[in-house]
Ligand binder design. Structure first.
Ligand SMILES: NC(=O)c1ccc[n+]([C@@H]2O[C@H](COP(=O)([O-])OP(=O)(O)OC[C@H]3O[C@@H](n4cnc5c(N)ncnc54)[C@H](O)[C@@H]3O)[C@@H](O)[C@H]2O)c1
Length: 381
């Protein structure tokens, strides 16, 4: 039994995901003495944080007990560290990942892995050929509500799945009257913005695993707020969509519907809600909770629903209990990837899976632009 130090380069560490998820979760693993592997060894994360602003890097490094830091990515990639994480803004991610693969690093990156499916597939192939381990953050199925929904599906509760419906989003202020909650690059195509590119990266793996693989998409996209105010108070033109409606064909005949917008107000259980209907039962989950209704527990709602205040539709559902302690989803992503690197444990969220997510966004954009259904061909390394 030994402690094995594993060097992790975190590029974009001072951004929101870096400061709130990747750095603290990796430091929590380190603080517990590392991740225990099957043979008893412990993998201890040793972070090298990379960014563009030395003051912010120095402050973040100090806040975590004196991490190594640099503003020079080239220098960082020449160091001995094992893993490259890119959690910087999405634009140009594929260029940075190519450099990390060429430097022989294992790759574990934020979604989306690239801006187009061709670039995303190129990265998956390069990493595969280089023989490095590779993965993308796919955190949503580790959220308790969606983890329970996956459990319900894997238990065979639904019978034949008929449909999956995703309703997600909330109001993002335009920065004029109230501060915008999302960085301005999210609203600029050239910097990797766009709601579909951002969020299809989650919807693809969720639909594939919760219902059935996506094989076709028809989408409509729109921009509700065409001008916004950025972090420096400057007005700018939005050149991406902030709303996307998509209809999905799934393998086996089920249908998916995604309503996703940063210009909608929340009156539902959560900011992300997924409903699956099947012949034997239905389930609805938000990020934290999941409810089911079986075929035999289904109330008569056709006539009953027509009489005001006669039926409480919410009362007919049963909550799926918590069975496991809740662990931060990003921590679970890291632990799964570290086991993959440290002991070759099985791993699902590879760069090929990341490319499938980008493919759904790509096809949705083409569908919206050309006004037609797009088939999603199978992707192979
Ligand atoms: N998994 C998830 O649920 C989830 C949630 C939010 C964001 N993300 C992803 O994480 C990434 C970062 O998002 P965020 O919300 O933390 O953004 P952010 O703007 O808060 O952070 C991005 C960081 O990248 C830096 N940066 C910007 N352009 C850069 C460039 N050209 N080169 C190097 N660094 C650059 C910024 O200075 C900032 O420090 C995005 O790819 C986003 O899609 C994932």
């Amino acid at each position: 039994m030994a402690d094995r130090r594993i060097g992790i380069i975190l590029n974009g560490a001072t951004g929101r995901m870096g400061t709130t998820q990747h750095v603290p979760n990796l430091m929590a693993i380190a603080a517990e003495g590392g991740l225990k592997l099957r043979n008893g060894d412990r993998l201890v994360p040793h972070l090298l944080i990379v960014g563009r602003n030395p003051d912010r890097l120095a402050a973040l490094a100090a806040a975590h007990g004196g991490l190594r830091w640099t503003t020079n990515l080239t220098e960082a990639l020449h160091a001995q560290d094992d893993i490259f994480m890119d959690c910087a803004a999405t634009g140009d991610r594929s260029l940075r990942v190519r450099r990390a693969i060429a430097a022989g690093k294992h790759i574990h990156i934020e979604k989306p892995t690239a801006s187009t499916v061709d670039e995303a597939m190129e990265l998956a192939r390069l990493a595969h050929r280089a023989g490095v381990k590779h993965g993308v953050i796919q955190d949503k199925l580790f959220l308790p509500g969606f983890a329970k929904l996956l459990f319900v599906k894997n238990a065979g509760f639904f019978g034949r799945i008929l449909s999956i419906k995703i309703d997600a989003g909330s109001w993002i202020f335009d920065g004029a009257t109230q501060e915008c909650q999302r960085p301005s690059w999210n609203y600029k195509r050239g910097e990797g913005g766009g709601l579909a590119l951002d969020m299809m990266a989650h919807w693809r793996y969720m639909v594939d695993r919760l219902a059935a693989p996506v094989i076709g998409v028809s989408a409509l996209m729109s921009t509700a707020i065409p001008k916004r105010v950025d972090e420096r108070g400057q007005l700018y033109e939005v050149d991406v969509e902030d709303t996307s409606h998509a209809l999905l064909k799934l393998e086996g005949g089920a249908v998916g519907v995604i309503t996703n917008s940063w210009a909608t107000r929340v009156r539902r259980d959560d900011t992300m809600v997924v409903q699956i209907d099947g012949t034997a039962g239905s389930a609805v989950a938000g990020r934290m909770r999941c409810f089911t209704q079986s075929a035999v527990g289904t109330p008569e709602a056709f006539f009953g629903g027509g009489r005001p205040a006669n039926l409480d539709f919410f009362a007919q559902w049963q909550e799926v209990p918590d069975s496991l302690p809740v662990k931060n989803p990003f921590r679970q992503c890291w632990e799964t990837f570290l086991r993959h690197v440290g002991e070759d444990a099985p791993y699902v969220s590879t760069l090929l899976e990341g490319a499938k997510a980008v493919q759904l966004a790509d096809c949705a954009y083409r569908s919206a632009a050309e006004g037609r259904w797009m088939e999603l061909p199978q992707l192979h390394l």
